[in-house]
Write a protein that binds this ligand. Structure first.
Ligand code: NAP
Ligand code: SF4
Length: 666
């Protein structure tokens, strides 16, 4: 056992099997599960994490039947042919000394296809298709399907299954009055509502025998109206334990809940107290989850007796070596998940393969490979923003001799501005990671140096990653003292007044509003009060009245386009940004034409009228332009990456990926 994080890294004896430590890689849909020809890639993805030391992994959701699909033709396990695919995963994981469960997920009314079924014919607010209420016969055959799928998973070599019973999927739909309006033996009283999950567990246990892990992910906080109370949740958890589950995993919030539960603005380990309460009620091990991303928190949760295991899905996407690095005392080198969702869930929900903003290899383990260079070269990387850091560290990891030039006094580029936005504190971790990685890989970092072409003559290859600068729109009065760029504000060079107009409602405009309105580092109790969350689940679903925050500034957010605004670019995070801005009273004006700025404020045309916004400050968040003066005519051994190559739609994900890809090609 490691002397670092001794509680987290101690084995767990489940009686018939042992887990090598308390780290669980929670289930996360990668998109690879849905096509049989991707199972080789999925096997490589899990094998890399098993090699990285994870104690127990859980696959993305696999449906027990067609009705349970998340997407048409989504991953299903109900024929012997499926077993052969899955064996590729289990063999790869076992070869690396890991253990893996297959998650059985019946999406119920969350399925995106016309065959959706549920407890009752109640459509979800986030779904396209209205479900059909299941008949008694269908419910019985679904129980049989779960048992059959679990048995096939056993034949495929899995160490167990996790039954997905939270986040508002089918079993959660049966358990809660919100969807279950039945009057037969599957609805009404709690005993009836929980009959389906309990019968599923009984049937699975009967089919797989005693020596097979059955995890159950139970919603401990529904965060929707018509959710369960704490008393009900305890009764359900005990019934599942009696029915034969081995582990209980924590689920927080239905997908349709309008309270963020995993985005970066949710405080770290915000829900640990919820898991701690259920642990006191049960004899089986329980798993804590949501917004746990670094070993300190994970260790503390186990040491404090709040959980027996800690589940992290995205953090292990970000760094497959997370456990090994923690064990060897190299915590500084953990590539921390910053809970942005940009590389993973935003991709999944756009029908694309999940990857990771900070780790472009995630999900692409067989395609993006950092092989040792056959002939090490002398390489210069110009610019130590995300693209330059990624390029330099990957090139050095491959054995090249890398010098990284940066004009300013520190690394990080645009990212160092983003990390000043309240709710984006996690971004500090990426800078810390790259700082450690620069040192570890032997990159020679040269700060405070603006390089000229002449200085780069001796290098065999040059990667230009000089980034972007704010776009200054052609706005009459743009020289007025009221006008400032987002960069000047986020760097602390200029301080906006009490009444502010934000010009441009893209990702940076939305971030700017958060910066103008919020404090840094919300403690858990402030966060739960702001969003109306009762962590003790004293009410149905754990919902309480949210408190109106005090307003630090009057902010108006503007854009020229018509349409809904305030969400920023994130598909899975945008709604939370918009709600947050509305809570803070941000006024949103779409379809404006900017006229000028003067002592009176910002003059605009809006809805056919000329209006003057009486503001103290006008902050320009109107996009960016490339900085690439050094590379206007790049020689053939130069490559330009990231924002310097193309400023439009630049984000850290593209920057890091392009940097890594350039380093692979050298
Ligand atoms: P952006 O998303 O392209 O938004 C630029 C905004 O400026 C738009 O609202 C645009 O709207 C406006 N604009 C463009 N040209 C203008 C002009 N000449 N005059 C006035 N307004 C103008 O860019 P960004 O906000 O600068 O963000 C840069 C990148 O970082 C984006 O790719 C973004 O996705 C990424 N980012 C992501 C996050 C995140 O949380 N995921 C956060 C921040 C940034 P109109 O043209 O309608 O006025
Ligand atoms: Fe974490 Fe963002 Fe990577 Fe997803 S994309 S795993 S949220 S860092």
């Amino acid at each position: 056992m490691s002397s670092n994080y001794p509680h987290l890294l101690q084995p767990l004896d489940l009686g018939f099997t042992q887990l090598r430590n308390r780290v669980v890689m929670g289930s996360m849909h990668t998109g690879l599960e849905d096509r049989f020809y991707n199972y080789g890639k999925l096997a490589a993805y899990f094998a890399e994490r098993a090699r990285g030391g994870v104690g127990l992994m859980i696959t993305g959701g696999i449906s027990p039947n067609r009705q349970g699909w998340l997407l048409p033709f989504g991953g299903t396990m109900n024929r012997f042919g499926d077993v052969l695919n899955h064996r590729r995963i289990t063999h790869a994981v076992h070869r690396e000394g890991g253990k893996i469960l297959m998650q059985i997920l019946h999406a119920g009314r969350y399925g995106f296809h016309p065959f959706v079924v549920s407890a009752s014919a109640v459509k979800s607010p986030i779904s396209k298709f209205k479900p059909r209420a299941m008949t008694d016969k269908e419910i019985l055959s679904t129980i049989e399907d779960y048992a059959h799928t679990a048995r096939l998973a056993q034949l495929a070599g899995y160490d167990g299954v996790e039954i997905m019973g939270s986040e508002g999927y089918l079993l959660n739909q049966f358990i809660c009055r919100r969807v279950n309006q039945r009057t037969d033996r599957w609805g009404g009283s709690l005993e009836n509502r929980m009959r389906l999950p309990v019968e599923v567990v009984r049937a699975v246990r009967k089919r797989v025998g005693e020596h097979f892990i059955i995890g159950y992910r139970l919603s401990l906080l529904d965060l929707v109206e018509g959710g369960n109370t704490w008393e009900e949740i305890v009764v359900i958890a005990k019934a599942l334990e009696a029915a034969g589950i081995t582990l209980l995993n924590t689920g927080i919030g239905w997908h349709e809940a309008r309270i963020p539960t995993i985005v970066t603005s949710v405080p770290r380990a915000a829900f640990r107290s919820v898991t701690a309460r259920i642990r006191k009620e049960l004899r089986i091990p329980v798993v804590a989850s949501n917004r746990i991303n670094m070993p300190e928190d994970a260790e503390q949760i186990i040491a404090d007796g709040e959980a027996d295991l800690v589940s992290m899905a995205r953090p292990l996407l970000a760094d497959p070596e997370w456990v090994n690095k923690a064990a060897s005392g190299e915590t500084e080198r953990i590539n921390t998940c910053i809970a942005c969702n940009q590389g993973c869930l935003d991709q999944t929900f756009s029908g694309k393969r999940a990857t990771c903003l900070v780790n472009p290899r995630a999900g692409f383990e067989t395609e993006i490979v950092y092989l040792k260079a056959r002939k090490p070269k002398k390489i210069a990387v110009v610019g130590a923003g995300m693209a330059g850091l990624s390029a330099a560290t990957v090139a050095a990891e491959r054995g090249h001799d890398v010098t990284l030039f940066e004009a300013s006094s520190d690394i990080g580029g645009q990212f160092t501005m983003a990390m000043n936005v309240p709710g984006k504190e996690e971004f500090h971790e990426t800078i810390r990671y790259f700082r450690a990685q620069v040192k570890h890989t032997g990159v020679k970092l040269v700060l405070n140096t603006t390089v000229s072409k002449d200085m780069l003559q001796d290098f065999e290859a040059v990667i230009v990653a000089t980034g972007v600068k704010p776009r200054i729109p052609a706005l009459p009065g743009k020289e007025h003292a009221k006008v400032m760029t987002y960069a000047e504000v986020l760097k602390g060079e200029k301080v906006p007044g009490k009444k502010v107009a934000v010009v441009g409602a893209g990702g940076i405009g939305v971030d700017m509003c958060e910066f103008l309105l919020h404090e840094h580092h919300q403690p858990v109790d402030h966060w739960s009060a702001q969003w109306g969350v009762d962590l003790t689940s004293g009410t149905e679903g754990g919902l309480i009245e949210s408190y109106r925050p005090s307003i630090r500034r009057e902010v108006v957010l503007l854009q020229r386009k018509e349409g809904k605004m305030g969400s920023g670019p994130g598909k899975t995070t945008g709604w939370a940004h918009r709600l947050s801005l509305l809570q803070y009273g941000v006024r949103m004006m779409a379809g404006v034409e900017y006229l000028s700025v003067d002592d009176q404020g910002l003059h605009v045309m809006h809805e056919g009228q000329q209006k003057t916004l009486d503001v103290d400050s006008v902050i320009l968040c109107a996009g960016q332009e490339s900085v690439r003066e050094i590379a206007t005519e790049p020689p053939s051994n130069w490559v330009v990456v990231g924002g310097a190559r193309f400023a439009g739609e630049l984000d850290a994900r593209r920057a890091i990926k392009e940097g890594a890809e350039a380093a692979i090609r050298i």
